[in-house]
Write a protein that binds this ligand. Structure first.
Ligand SMILES: *Cc1c(COP(=O)(O)O)cnc(C)c1O
Length: 356
């Protein structure tokens, strides 16, 4: 077996310790006589896994009892619709357009709500996160994408919204960057970047925002109904939640989100230092908005980019090709990317520059 350094933007690397634990329990979970995959979601043994996962997640992110935590499906993309349906209440909804996923969220919200895009960095190819805007205090919420996975930008600090609820798509930085959840009305994230396998979507919602869904809201997107049934209006993604539980335990054994954030900063610094000491590579993101989860840069031309990707692959640095809308290279270094992966990439960048 030869495991590579996997820089995939998602689904992405998981800790080996977690995968091994799942492997050991694959045929028989504790004394249940069956795999977690084979269990009824209504069984006592499974409910315990679900409850443990939820409570560890709350502990990790320091989520108070003012919030409901939902374990859903459909990815972050489904939340692009669920958020305006549940929170707009006929009021204006504010959005900041900071990247591809932000703009998809805006497009969906426009189907159901009166949307106002108060700032956009599109004209500069999303190389930064907008910071100049005014927040109408009569709006239902302000939606942001806290880490822009494709362009490699992030909010250095959160917008101050007054009494307007702050909503964030945190898919690519949840559990990897410290954020104060008590500042948010709602946070959502697909699990496949920092939490576990694809399939699970987490939603953290302030209880006071649960009560006002639009009449057209489908049952399966109705946060209030989902909360009342403990996220079990239907069969949840049982196995993905189980792996998330193992990963939450792993994170808590390793310094929690604080520890992960510190290690993520160190890994990102290795690659950004390589970028900053080079005249060969060009960073995509403006310095003060750099993401520590997704590092993006370009090479002088397409031929060198392809050569870079292929040579990196041959030494076990894989999935570093940039998103097709940006080109170049994107190295995603989520929690489970070991520091050696970042070191090896930085070294390879220097070697490649010298040779080319
Ligand atoms: C990956 C990602 C998405 C898409 O998530 P799905 O779970 O595939 O719907 C949305 N927003 C951000 C910021 C992402 O990184």
């Amino acid at each position: 077996m030869n495991r590579v350094f996997n820089f995939s933007a998602g689904p992405s690397v998981l800790p080996e310790e977690v995968l091994k634990q799942a492997q050991e329990q694959m045929l028989c979970y504790k004394d249940s006589g069956m795999s977690v995959m084979e269990m009824s979601h209504r069984s006592k043994v499974y409910q315990e896994i679900f409850d443990t996962a939820q409570s560890l997640f709350k502990q990790l992110l320091n989520i108070s009892d003012d919030y409901e935590v939902l374990f859903l499906q459909g990815g972050a993309t489904t939340q692009f619709s669920a958020v305006p349906m549940n929170l707009s209440g006929g009021k204006k909804c504010l959005y900041i357009d900071s990247g591809a996923f932000a703009s998809k969220a805006i497009k969906e919200a426009k189907r159901y709500a009166d949307v106002s895009v108060i700032a956009s960095s599109k004209a500069d190819n999303y190389s930064y996160v907008p910071t100049e805007y005014e927040i109408d205090q009569d709006a239902a919420y302000l939606h942001i994408t806290s880490n822009n996975t494709i362009f490699g930008t992030s909010y250095p600090s959160l917008p101050k919204t007054g009494k307007v609820a702050l909503v964030a798509d945190m898919s690519s930085e949840i559990c990897g960057v410290e954020r104060d959840i008590s500042k948010f009305g709602l946070v959502y994230a697909g699990a496949q970047k920092n939490i576990g396998p694809a399939g699970l979507t987490v939603v953290i919602i302030k209880k006071s925002l649960l009560e006002n869904p639009l009449g057209i809201t489908p049952l399966m997107l109705n946060y209030s109904e989902l909360a009342k049934t403990g996220s079990m209006l239907n069969t949840p993604c049982t196995y993905a939640i189980y792996i998330a539980m193992l990963n939450f335990e792993y994170m808590l054994r390793n310094g929690g989100v604080k520890g992960a954030h510190q290690r993520n900063k160190e890994k990102a610094a290795l690659v950004y230092d390589a970028l900053d000491s080079s005249s060969f590579y060009t960073p995509v993101a403006k310095k003060e908005f750099r993401s520590i989860m997704n590092v993006t840069f370009t090479l002088p031309n397409e031929e060198l980019t392809q050569k870079f990707v292929s040579e990196a692959g041959s030494i076990g640095l894989v999935n570093i090709k940039g998103h097709r809308s940006v080109g170049g290279i994107r190295a995603s270094m989520y929690n489970a990317m070991p520091k050696e992966g970042a070191e090896k990439l930085a070294q390879f960048m220097a070697d490649f520059e010298r040779k080319n």
